[in-house]
Write a new protein. Structure first.
Lengths: 315, 315
C-alpha cells in the first residue's frame, strides 16, 4: 500500500484514552474523519467519552467540517482491530519509554509500512521511542498543545531513523486536518512552545519566591499585557513591527544592550552579529512584502477583535 | 484643593509627544475625558496627531465612552497652561533621569499638591525620579503596556517617598478610566509583564542562536499554542485549571521535579514548601468559589471566541 495523499485521508486511528488521546479523537471527528479509537481498558470508555463531549462543544463553536459526526467514532480495545484500515495513527499512550517501545514494535507488525505513526509524546524523543521498531522510518512525533481539540499547534519532528518524507507527510496531513504544523529541525527537550512557556513559568516562580509578585499579579499582567497581542503576533514579529521602518534590526541594535540588564533571571545570550542577522533575516522573511504600517494596523484590528471577543464571552 | 474622587475626574493632562504620551492622550479622550496634552516642541504636533488618529481607529472599535471626542483635546507647549485645571497628570517624557528629575521639580511648583502625577517610565524607578521633587508623596509610576490605547495593563508602584494613598488613588483612577491596574508591592526592574516577556524573549534568542528554532517557528509556536489561552488565563491559572480537582497543588507536587529538566536556560527556583504554598494559595484565591470545571468551560468558550475573532479579522 502506498502512502495516501495527505489531503485524502479518510480514516484515522487514535491510541489512548487520556485527555490527549481523546482530545485528538474529538479533533479528527470534528474535521470529518472516520476515527477508530483504541483504549487499553474498556473501563476507560466513560472518561474518554466525557473528554470527547466536552471538546465537542468547542469544536462546534469553531465550526465542524461537512459530515463530521461523533457517530463516526469506533471504540475498541483490540489493537489489531483499531489499526485495520488506518491511514494515519496518532499515538497518545502513557509517557513510559518501555511501554512505548513495546507498543511501536507491535505496531510495526500491525500497521502497513507506509502508514505514518505519530506520537503525542511531550517528554520522550522519537529517537528513543523508535529504537526497537523495525519500521522506524515512518514514525514521527506530532506533539499537540493541550487541549488538542482547541489549540492549533502541532510540533513535528523525526527521530534518528525517521525518514524526511514521513515528517513532510505528517506536516501536510496535519495542515489538511486543520492544524498549525511546526516542523522542527532537531529534537530538543520541551519542543518550542513549551520551552518558551517554561522560561516564562520559571521566572514567574522566581518572582513569587522572592515576594516580587503574587500569582494574581502575574496572571493580571499576562492577560492584560502581552497575551492578546501574542495571539496574533509572536514575540519576534511583535518587536519587528513595533520598531517601525527599522524593524528587528533597530530593536537589536538599539535595545541590545538592555539584554544585559537584570530583567529576569535568564541570562541573555551573546548578541553576536550572526544571531542579530538570523533574527533580522527571519523577521524579514515572515514579513515578506508587507509594510510595517499594514502589519501594525492588522495587529491592532486583531487585538480589538480579541478584546471584544473576550468581553462578550465574559458578560 | 482636595484630591478628586477617582471616579469623577474630568480633565487629564498628558506630557509627551511620543507613542506613549500620544497613546495615553488617545486613550483618555476615548474614555470621555478632557485632555490637555503638553508637547515639548510644537514641531512634534504632526507626529502626535498621527499616533492619536491611528489609535482612534482601535478605540472606536473597542467602543468610545459617551461624549468622547478628539475635539476635547487641547495641545500646548506651555507647561503651566497644560497643568492648569489638571486633576491627574500622566507623564511620558523621555527616559533620561536628569530630565525627569528637573521636570518633577518644576511640576511640584505648578501642580496643586493633591493632584497625582503618574510616570509612564519603563526603565527608571520612581524613587530615582522623585528624588528632587519637593512634593514627592503624590508621585507614582503608572507604566502602560504598549500601545497604551489598546492593551489594558497599567503597572502601578510608588517610590520611597510616595504615599500609599496616592498609589491607591492612581489604581482606582486607572480602573475608572477603563484600564486593568496592577499595584506592585515593590519597585523591580522590568515590572511584572515585561519581565515575564523578557524571560520568554531571551529563551527565544538562545534557541535562534543555537539553531534550535527560527523566528518563524517561534512565532508560529506562540500564536498557535500558549497565547490564545494566555489572553484569558494567565500561566498560573492555566496550570491550576488544567490540573482539575487538585489544581496548582497537583501541578507542583506532581510536575515539580520537571522543573529540574533542562527545558529553557532559565534555572528553576528551589521549590520550597513556602513557594509551593504561595502558588497554591494564590491560585485558590483567584478561583474563589468557582469550580475548576466551570473555569475550564469558560476558558474553552473564550478560546473559541478568540480563535474565531482572529479568523474573521484575517479573512
Amino acid at each position: 500500500m502506498a502512502r495516501p495523499n495527505p489531503d485524502q485521508v479518510k480514516s484515522v486511528t487514535t491510541i489512548g484514552a487520556g485527555p490527549i488521546g481523546a482530545g485528538w479523537a474529538a479533533h479528527f471527528l470534528a474535521r470529518g474523519y472516520d476515527v477508530v479509537a483504541y483504549i487499553h481498558d474498556p473501563a476507560e470508555e466513560a472518561a474518554f467519552r466525557k473528554i470527547l463531549d466536552t471538546g465537542w462543544v468547542s469544536l462546534e463553536g469553531l465550526g465542524l467540517a461537512e459530515g463530521a459526526s461523533r457517530d463516526r467514532l469506533t471504540l475498541t480495545s483490540d489493537l489489531a482491530d483499531a489499526i485495520s484500515g488506518a491511514e494515519f495513527v496518532q499515538e497518545s499512550a502513557p509517557e513510559i519509554l518501555e511501554l512505548k517501545q513495546a507498543l511501536y514494535a507491535q505496531l510495526s507488525e500491525l500497521v502497513p509500512e507506509d502508514v505514518v505513526i505519530s506520537s503525542s509524546t511531550s517528554g520522550l524523543t522519537m529517537t528513543e521511542i523508535q529504537a526497537k521498531c523495525p519500521t522506524a522510518a515512518r514514525t514521527v512525533v506530532g506533539h499537540p498543545f493541550n487541549p488538542p481539540y482547541l489549540l492549533p499547534l502541532v510540533e513535528i519532528v523525526g527521530g534518528d531513523q525517521s525518514s524526511p518524507e514521513a515528517v513532510a507527510w505528517a506536516a501536510a496531513f496535519y495542515k489538511a486536518a486543520g492544524k498549525a504544523p511546526l516542523v522542527m529541525n532537531k529534537e530538543i527537550p520541551g519542543f518550542v512552545a513549551t520551552r518558551l512557556q517554561e522560561a516564562l513559568w520559571r521566572e514567574a516562580l522566581h518572582m513569587v519566591a522572592n515576594g516580587e509578585a503574587t500569582p494574581e499579579q502575574i496572571d493580571t499582567a499576562l492577560i492584560n499585557g502581552p497575551a492578546p497581542r501574542m495571539a496574533l503576533q509572536g514575540q519576534c514579529m511583535a518587536f519587528h513591527v513595533a520598531c517601525g521602518e527599522g524593524g528587528m534590526a533597530t530593536n537589536l541594535d538599539q535595545f541590545g544592550p538592555a539584554l544585559k540588564l537584570p530583567w529576569t533571571r535568564l541570562e541573555a545570550p551573546e548578541l553576536t552579529p550572526e544571531l542579530r542577522n538570523r533574527m533580522v533575516d527571519g523577521c524579514n522573511e515572515i514579513a515578506g512584502d508587507r509594510h510595517f504600517e499594514d502589519m501594525a494596523e492588522a495587529r491592532d484590528r486583531g487585538i480589538v477583535a480579541i478584546l471584544n471577543a473576550i468581553k462578550e464571552v465574559q458578560t
